[in-house]
Design a protein around this ligand. Structure first.
Ligand code: SF4
Length: 382
């Protein structure tokens, strides 16, 4: 069962615990100049960083924001970043699709991806002339590492007549082998569009078996998938939903479609991180729980102060590799540049472009809840 916390931030924000020594080690002090640059930012994170901790965090924030201006750099901050990164140094915030669109359009020389490695690759695919940096090479993803380009070639050999859709949570090598990408905001739309284009009733959707099963429950298209899973979302269970309803009568339960299908069956609403954030903003439920990565709850909570949040505490160990300290070091040293072989980048971009060419939806698609989980074929290489 997932760990749940009834009040306060879902998980400790890691930076303040280390920031005092981190700022001092870099010769940074909480002086009048730093105060002038950061005092207005503190209210954005006052639920997560105490007044005692702030003098240790503020010098890092000021130094990063100064360097961004000096180097014409922007930070793309994913929803799963801790609030200090998300609110204080992120120039663009959102889910992977929103950030990918920003990467393509932003007028900057340098992109620092505050997210995991496949997201930085996606930025590089769409913005090849920009320098893309990631502050930790340890920021991987269990979904991205579950499948390779060679695996996709094997799938295409076995099923030459079916289009292969890849969730964006994959490497550039995998995207380059697939026909189109999708996100959790548009997966059902992409599956139906590509089935129509190929005049087929069957689509391969990799690598997340739970997303694929949840999409299969929403559409008449037959789906074949791959045995990958998000190590954060697969921890949630229908038992968690029952326990939450018992402990918090009336709580509204929102689930991400990377959760197992029985979680979506039991939840009140399901959708991508953007859909979950929109739901909380539009519906203002009295009490809510988001069954997704814990910093997401923290970040949505800062924007909805009137909503009472029960916090899940499943953090992504890969996302948490990104810290204020290593963002600063990465910008100072210009290290961990993301590069992709040009032929691979071009083919991966074709898969992303195929998705971006579909009609733009006004809002991310919600997943219907209450549906019986569907068994679908999971590809086996043997
Ligand atoms: S939350 Fe899951 S899908 Fe997202 S980066 Fe972490 S392991 Fe990957």
């Amino acid at each position: 069962m997932a760990r749940l916390i009834d009040s306060g931030p879902g998980c400790p924000t890691p930076t303040p615990l280390r920031a005092e020594t981190a700022a001092q080690a870099r010769g940074l002090a909480y002086d009048d100049d730093v105060k002038a640059k950061t005092d207005h930012l503190y209210p954005l994170v006052s639920d997560f960083i105490t007044p005692m901790e702030w003098p240790a965090v503020a010098p890092l924030v000021a130094a990063i924001n100064d360097l961004k201006a000096e180097k014409n750099a922007v930070i793309l901050a994913h929803n799963y970043m801790t609030p200090d990164i998300f609110r204080l140094v992120g120039d663009f915030r959102g889910d992977s699709l929103q950030l990918a669109r920003e990467a393509a359009e932003v007028d900057a020389d340098i992109i620092v991806q505050a997210g995991v490695h496949f997201m930085a690759e996606t930025s590089k695919i769409l913005a090849p002339s920009k320098t893309v940096l990631i502050s930790s090479l340890e920021a991987g993803c269990s979904l991205a590492s579950s499948i390779t380009g060679a695996d996709v070639r094997l799938i295409k050999e076995r099923y030459p007549d079916y289009p292969v859709v890849t969730y964006v949570n994959t490497t550039a090598d995998v995207k380059a082998e697939c026909h189109i990408t999708c996100t959790s905001s548009n997966a059902a739309q992409v599956v139906e569009a590509v089935a129509k284009e190929w005049d087929t009733d069957t689509v391969v959707l990799v690598p997340d078996q739970y997303l694929a099963k949840n999409v299969a429950a929403q559409t008449d298209i037959r789906i074949i998938t791959w045995p990958g899973a998000c190590e954060v979302h697969e921890l949630f269970s229908a038992d968690d939903v029952d326990a939450l309803r018992e402990a918090h009568p009336g709580v509204v339960i929102l689930a991400h479609p990377e959760c197992p299908p029985d979680v979506l069956e039991a939840a009140d609403f399901a959708g991508s991180t953007a859909a979950l954030a929109n739901y909380v903003k539009d519906e203002s439920p009295a009490k809510v729980v988001l069954l997704t990565e814990c910093s997401m709850s923290d970040n949505v909570a800062t924007e909805n102060p009137g909503v009472d949040f029960v916090r899940p505490c499943n953090l992504c160990p890969h996302m948490k590799q990104i810290t204020l300290e290593n963002i600063l070091d990465c910008l100072i040293e210009m290290k961990h540049e993301v590069t992709i072989d040009e032929p691979v980048r071009v083919r991966a971009k074709e898969a992303i472009d195929a998705m971006l060419a579909l009609p733009k939806m006004a809002n991310p698609l919600a997943f219907e809840t209450g549906l019986k989980p569907m068994e679908i074929e999971v590809f086996s290489p043997s």
